[in-house]
Design a protein around this ligand. Structure first.
Ligand code: ZN
Length: 268
């Protein structure tokens, strides 16, 4: 007969990614509420959600992540108006990210920290996309949480996290001031400085540099594509926070292999 302690541990390890997936779907549903309400300065807890078109209250069975959207055929039960596919996409993406983190990192505190981090980045990315705004109620607790999490075992160290947060903030502050002086308009807002500090606190300086590099590259490529095909001019800047957020998420998952590959190039 197997030792029950060993069996319990094996059971927890095996079920952990699936628990994380379910939890990630539910948190993704809450993330949708945050994306919608935080910029409007409304409570994310009450009242319960309503259809933005007809104001019909959304019942519990209509609020099951992803499945309700599919069951309702992407339409409101009351007015038959279309529901944005972004809701189930955010839920599915958040669930998939939690599953992947749980699968690769096991049942560890660091995995939970990374889950909070990627959800915060997803919410910031989409709020910045919708409103060109990065709310303090996410970035400031985010900085504090990143610094606190650096006390856990594993990178980044508390020193690395604090230096990266401060350097990230100051670097974007300097770029913003220089841009304002030469162009006469504001290119980067204070939200961008704080979001960069948050990225630094969670990631440490090497992964922060990689994130800023990827965000700048992504922003430039998308901007050029829009100007070439969409008639968009450079006078309407794309929100940097959106690119920082998606780059930060990518770096959580593939940042370490990319840094290892780069170090290999340098040292032959
Ligand atoms: Zn409706």
């Amino acid at each position: 007969m197997p030792d029950s302690g060993v069996l319990d541990t094996a059971l927890i390890e095996a079920s952990w990614p699936w628990i994380a997936l379910a939890f990630g779907l539910v948190v993704g549903s809450f993330a949708n509420v945050c994306i919608h309400r935080i910029p409007l300065r409304r409570s994310v807890v009450r009242p319960r959600s309503r259809c933005p078109r007809c104001d019909a209250p959304i019942r519990a069975w209509e609020n099951v992540p992803v499945l309700s959207y599919l069951a309702l055929g992407g339409r409101c039960r009351a007015c038959r108006g279309p529901i944005s596919p972004r809701y189930p996409l955010v839920e599915a993406a958040n669930g998939a990210m939690y599953f992947a983190l749980a699968w690769t990192m096991g049942p560890t505190p660091r995995a939970v920290v990374d889950m909070v981090f990627v959800t915060a980045l997803l919410v910031l990315s989409l709020i910045d996309y919708d409103h060109q705004l990065l709310p303090n109620v996410i970035t400031l607790p985010g900085i504090a949480m990143g610094l606190a999490a650096s006390l856990l075992p594993g990178p980044p160290t508390p020193r690395d996290a604090a230096l990266a947060a401060a350097a990230g903030y100051l670097a974007l502050f300097a770029v913003a001031k220089a841009y304002q002086r030469t162009r006469g308009v504001e290119g980067l807002g204070q939200g961008d400085w704080k979001m960069t500090a948050m990225l630094g606190a969670f990631l440490g300086w090497q992964k922060l540099l990689l994130t800023v590099f990827a965000a700048t590259l992504g922003g430039t490529l998308v901007g050029l594509a829009l100007m070439a095909f969409g008639g968009r001019t450079s006078r309407h800047p794309l929100p940097l926070g959106t690119f920082l957020g998606f780059s930060g998420i990518a770096v959580v998952f593939v940042g370490q292999p990319v840094l290892d590959w780069y170090r290999g190039l340098l040292h032959g």
